[in-house]
Write a protein that binds this ligand. Structure first.
Ligand code: PHE
Length: 447
């Protein structure tokens, strides 16, 4: 079977960035930063993205492009009959869990898009916006239907295949998203609470750092880079042989961070201007943004556009999550693309509905003190992705033939790649695994 490839270099960047940029930046980053006290969390996040994340992104790219295979097939090729291959099951589990809770939030963005067109109610006081969100999210049927609708759209795109569906969509959407975020940032910077908001985001209070904050920042970095679950292995299996891997990893991490910081610069000035609470949790963005729009001239248009783009950015991310399992099912079990898509999306529909209900009727059903939604988020981001990342890093650092690592990293690159390659290998062998292990030991209080 001849495999699909992304057609152009722009396509490679747009799809990889499309996977990385999504709710992780615009919804999860601001709320996690808010919960964990602001700037110190951002600093840790930056450390994990650039020092640990980028090398591990390279590791996934090396595995994916070298094998040109799905996540399970890749490890079978590189380390036949060895335990390394188990990491693919960690990845598949994480992708199913993330797809399920993520679709709930993506469903919220769809609801808010429609609501924006209809116009929010006249009462846009902070209390009224809180009440509106709470009554929607706890309403059971409506959030569940939106979750299902979102997943159905995923099905329609994914069943059409890699190039037609995924690449074309990302090329158009990502640039528009960047432009509109910049515009909103300027708007937020002119608010009376701008200074306080920026202080919260950029002026670190190191006493806020606890082991669990460090664990949260590591989870956020992995989540935001779509890292540790084989998503980038799967995508890079569609890269051409001359796509420069390190450069692609750096561009992805750079743009991903840029969008998260813009989201912070949009949200926090507004939080302080409108007297809201930065530590509101998952609902933060959905309560703060409408108050921004209510204050803007032409707010209806802006708010519609914003939630629509947020929905589309989520779509480019969920497509990459689902692609892990779909490529796996198609190639390992010879399922048709359509059948594999139906199975993956079907499972997510069941689990996603349960997550949607965990804001309503299932709110009291708790495992380890967490609702299903929070449990899926916590275990996948803070535990499964870093474990997956650690194994992938050890694999490429120690097990994979050094010549493969070097030739993959230097393909399409200039002279500087030699030095960079050494740094990447050092990070994969030592820095990333040791850091991840330490964060686990302290963050989860293992001893
Ligand atoms: N990185 C995506 C985001 O920030 C989420 C994601 C996680 C996508 C894991 C794929 C795999 O929204």
């Amino acid at each position: 079977m001849s495999r699909a490839q992304f057609a152009t270099r722009l396509g490679v960047i747009a799809t990889t960035v499309g996977s990385a940029v999504g709710l992780g930046n615009i919804w999860r980053f601001p709320y996690e930063t808010g919960v964990h006290g602001g700037a110190a969390f951002l600093l840790l996040d930056l450390f994990f993205i650039f020092i640990i994340g980028v090398p591990v992104v390279c590791a996934e790219f090396i595995i994916g492009r070298h094998t040109g295979s799905n996540i399970r097939g890749a490890f079978r090729m590189l380390a036949p009959r060895q335990a390394w291959g188990w990491v693919s099951y960690i990845g598949i589990t994480a992708s199913v869990l993330i797809l399920s809770f993520y679709s709930v939030v993506a469903g919220w963005t769809m609801h808010y898009t429609v609501k924006s067109v209809a116009g929010f109610s006249d009462n846009t006081s902070t209390e009224a916006l809180h009440a509106q969100f709470d009554s929607f999210a706890s309403g059971n049927i409506l959030p569940m239907l939106w979750t299902l609708a979102f997943l159905a759209i995923n099905y329609l795109i994914l069943s059409r295949g890699v190039q037609k569906g995924i690449e074309r969509m990302s090329n158009i959407l990502m640039p528009i998203l960047f432009a509109i975020l910049l515009l909103f940032t300027v708007n937020s910077l002119m608010m009376p609470g701008a200074k306080e908001g920026l202080m919260f985001l950029f002026s670190p209070d190191f006493s806020a750092i606890t082991p669990s904050v460090v664990l949260g920042a590591m989870g956020q970095a992995f989540f935001s880079l779509s890292l540790g679950l084989g998503c980038l292995i799967t995508y890079s299996s569609y890269f051409k042989s001359d796509t420069p891997l390190l450069r692609t990893a750096l561009i992805t991490a750079g743009l991903d961070t840029f969008v998260a910081i813009l989201a912070g610069m949009i949200i926090f000035p507004a939080v302080f201007t409108f007297g809201q609470q930065p530590e509101a949790g998952p609902k933060l963005v959905f309560e703060v943004l409408p108050s921004i729009f209510a204050d803007m001239a032409g707010g209806v248009v802006w708010s519609t556009l914003f939630f629509l783009l947020l929905f589309l950015a989520s779509l480019t991310s969920t497509i990459s999550m689902a692609e892990i399992t779909i490529a796996y099912l198609c190639e390992e079990f010879r399922m048709t693309r359509r059948g594999a898509t139906a199975l993956s999306i079907g499972v997510a529909m069941i689990l996603g509905s349960l997550c949607a209900l965990s804001f309503g009727v299932l709110g009291d059903m708790k495992v380890f003190g967490l609702t299903l939604f929070n449990l899926f988020d916590y275990t996948s981001s803070n535990i499964l992705l870093p474990i997956g990342g650690m194994i992938i890093s050890l694999f490429v650092g120690w097990k994979l033939d050094r010549s493969v690592v070097i030739s993959e990293l230097s393909a399409g690159g200039g002279r500087a790649t030699k030095f960079a390659t050494r740094i990447v290998i050092f990070c994969l062998r030592w820095l990333a695994p040791v850091c991840i292990a330490m964060v686990f030991i302290f963050g989860l209080n293992i001893f």
